[in-house]
Design a protein around this ligand. Structure first.
Ligand SMILES: Cc1cc2nc3c(=O)[nH]c(=O)nc-3n(C[C@H](O)[C@H](O)[C@H](O)COP(=O)(O)OP(=O)(O)OC[C@H]3O[C@@H](n4cnc5c(N)ncnc54)[C@H](O)[C@@H]3O)c2cc1C
Ligand SMILES: *[C@@H]1O[C@H](CO)[C@@H](O)[C@H](O)[C@H]1NC(C)=O
Ligand SMILES: *[C@@H]1O[C@H](CO)[C@@H](O)[C@H](O)[C@H]1NC(C)=O
Length: 614
């Protein structure tokens, strides 16, 4: 297929011109060649930026991806194989604290090639808060909801639900969506008379119970208003392999949406797979800002190569991969790097700090003999705010947050710049929760996991802060990743409150009519009582079984330097002239959503910033 012609092309012209095009595996074809831009990581954001930059045929872009091109592997393109990539060579499984690991795609497309495809966006005010964390001089930089909404829509090609899907509960508001972008989003299963979208009673029953619990049911949550219960679409066409939308050809191309459809036309876009970037190379002049000249790359067993960048080096290696590459390159805490024998290029101690990751638990109940009415994926998500989640305890929780901000900031300061900066950031986060009703937990109704009736939960806005820090100058040693799960009590309280809400949901009509009783964790593990389980019993169960959600962010946060930012509003690493970060690591705070739609928007905006030469 595409790969064969690409290789021929590469062999034919590559060595002469330095411009190859296509997806290649031979590092000698790009070694010592010069490109305008080198992008580190061919994941969600890296391919998005490359796709936009190479719209100009005079621009030459090299993407270097550590994983392989697995687009023809059903584990990548078939949504019903979700989970099968975990723990395989397609997954970094970055080791973290408390025995957990953080899943992340190590394959062309990155985590977007192994993700769950849920397509949601956060609360309007959460994007607006990004501006508050930047310098006042950046007030017009467009890092707010209005700016981000148009870029999120630019990435999207939405198919509204058809009559069959509408009958099953799907809905949409067309002004909340884009219709011409590369990333297809729709309800399952596009074009098949909605044959496979769940049509049984379980999803509507869950939504009805959430309405009884005080949530509003919205037609569509993708317009900056996630505080509701709603049917939500899926991205990437992962769910759509049977029917190919828009005549794009093979289902395989749907997964890597910015590359596959244009792959054979973009002669200026070369993607080298199976090679890991080991460091960024800098001009030896030590004057600030430092100037990157290219990157070094290789494999753990093979030799090292160099590729040169005429204009910029752009990091898109993900929230664990990007701080790692910066630290290996001498950008980070100079003292910590010098102890590893790495010479400081920019002393920027907050590289790898401010890590924010969430914690997942799955609850289940046996089901009566009802027909689930399809094969999914599951569609209904509830996003309660603090008042809805904590009910009669909410005002006590508001007081607790307000009174604890300063103590929490001190306790987490080692994972950020300083307690005073963190106090400012926590103040903004608290305000979003208390004033703006930002959803604090996700309750995702899942059919047949972990039992016939299932709901997976996670706190959306943890105050715990962690770190990503290399412990070796060997780039093939994973960095030490410490999330400090539940190190702020609010995070655990939120997880417990969400678990209680799910337990109550199984006991509330109409869901109770479909349930034969809670099985996970079940009353023998967490005895039921007037409180729907004691704090002690829930704590014990949650800590014994939670997993990492795989939504790490903020390790190269876009914030003012005084707050501990790593990149400015132009996504440029402080004190460098031409190193940018465009991936999940620049998000300064979590949002009440799955991350992918927001990250496509960030990368779309990044591409425009880079094109404009700012
Ligand atoms: C299991 C899972 C389920 C998810 N489910 C959803 C969901 O349902 N909905 C949703 O919206 N979001 C979901 N997400 C989140 C979303 O997919 C990620 O947040 C997003 O893909 C991150 O984009 P990124 O560009 O920052 O990183 P990635 O997409 O992970 O890309 C980083 C790329 O860089 C490569 N790389 C790393 N280091 C190097 C190096 N040194 N040299 C070369 N290459 C390197 C990696 O191999 C990878 O390809 C999920 C994520 C995971 C892991
Ligand atoms: C790249 O250049 C270096 C230095 O000139 C040289 O030693 C090396 O062999 C070259 N590598 C390739 C693959 O051409
Ligand atoms: C529940 O917690 C109580 C103390 O609050 C404890 O005595 C009991 O053993 C716990 N039950 C389980 C099943 O862990």
């Amino acid at each position: 297929m595409l790969l064969c012609s690409t290789l021929l092309l590469a062999v034919g012209f590559g060595a002469l011109s330095g411009v190859l095009g296509g997806v290649i595996t031979d590092p000698t074809l790009v070694s010592n060649h010069t490109y305008d831009y080198i992008i580190v990581g061919g994941g969600l954001t890296g391919l998005t930026v490359a796709g936009r930059l190479t719209e100009n045929p005079n621009i030459q872009v090299l993407v270097i991806e550590a994983g392989n091109d697995d687009r023809t592997n059903p584990v990548v393109y078939d949504i019903y194989r979700y989970g099968d990539a975990f723990g395989t060579k397609l997954d970094w499984s970055y080791p973290a604290d408390q025995g957990r690991s953080i899943l992340a795609g190590k394959t062309l497309g990155g985590s977007s090639s192994i993700n769950g495809a849920a397509w949601t966006r956060g609360l309007k005010q959460q994007y607006d808060s990004w501006l508050q964390l930047l310098d006042p001089a950046d007030a017009n930089s467009g890092w707010d909801w209005n700016g981000m909404f148009s870029y999120m829509k630019k990435a999207e090609s939405f198919t509204p639900p058809n009559s069959g899907q509408l009958a099953k509960g799907a809905n949409s508001i067309s002004s909340y969506h884009g219709f011409t972008g590369p990333v297809h989003a729709a309800f399952p299963l596009y074009g098949l008379s909605s044959k496979l979208m769940y049509g049984g009673p379980q999803e509507p029953a869950f939504a009805s119970v959430m309405v009884k619990f005080g949530l509003v049911k919205y037609k569509d949550l993708n317009g900056g208003t996630p505080n509701c219960v709603s049917f939500t679409p899926d991205s990437n066409g992962r769910a759509f392999v049977v029917n190919q939308p828009r005549g794009l050809g093979s289902p395989v191309i749907l997964r890597v949406a910015y590359l596959s459809p244009v792959e054979s036309q973009r002669k200026g876009w070369t993607t080298l797979v199976g090679q890991q970037v080991t460091k960024i190379l800098f001009n030896p002049s030590t004057a600030l800002p430092r100037v990157a000249t290219g990157v070094q790359f290789g494999t753990s067993s093979g030799k090292r190569f160099t590729a040169l960048a005429r204009k910029e080096v752009i990091l898109a290696a993900g929230a664990i991969g990007s701080p790692k590459v910066l630290q290996l390159s001498g950008i980070g805490d100079a003292a910590a790097l010098s102890s590893l024998g790495i010479q400081s290029v920019v002393n920027l101690p907050t590289v790898g700090k401010n890590l924010q990751e969430q914690t997942l638990s799955a609850l289940g109940a046996g089901g009566t003999n009802f027909n689930v009415g399809g094969s999914g994926p599951s569609d209904v998500i509830a996003y309660p705010n603090l008042y809805q989640l904590f009910g009669s305890q909410a005002s006590a929780m508001v007081n607790h947050i307000t009174q604890s901000i300063s103590a929490w900031a001190s306790s987490q300061a080692k994972s950020a710049l300083s307690a005073s900066a963190l106090q400012t950031i926590f103040g903004i986060q608290a305000n979003l929760i208390i004033q703006d009703n930002a959803p604090v937990a996700e309750l995702f109704q899942v059919t047949n996991y972990p039992d016939k009736l299932g709901t997976i939960i996670w706190p959306l806005l943890p105050f715990s802060r962690g770190t990503v820090q290399i412990t070796s100058s060997n780039p093939f040693v994973p960095p030490k990743t410490t999330v400090n799960y539940f190190s702020v009590d609010f995070d655990l309280s939120t997880q417990i409150a969400a678990a209680r809400m799910v337990r109550r949901s199984f006991q509330t009509s109409p869901l109770s009519g479909l349930s034969t009783g809670e099985t996970v964790p079940g009353f023998s593990t967490v005895p039921d009582d007037a409180n729907h389980g004691s704090d002690a019993n829930w704590t014990k169960w949650i800590k014994s079984q939670f997993s990492s959600v795989a939504h790490p962010i903020a390790t190269c946060a876009m914030m003012s330097r005084s707050l501990g930012g790593v990149v400015d509003a132009r996504l440029r690493v402080y004190d460098t002239q031409n190193v940018r970060v465009v991936d999940a690591s620049i998000m300064p705070l979590q949002i009440s959503a799955h991350l992918s739609s927001t990250l496509y928007g960030i990368a779309e905006k990044a591409a425009d910033i880079i094109k404009s030469g700012l």
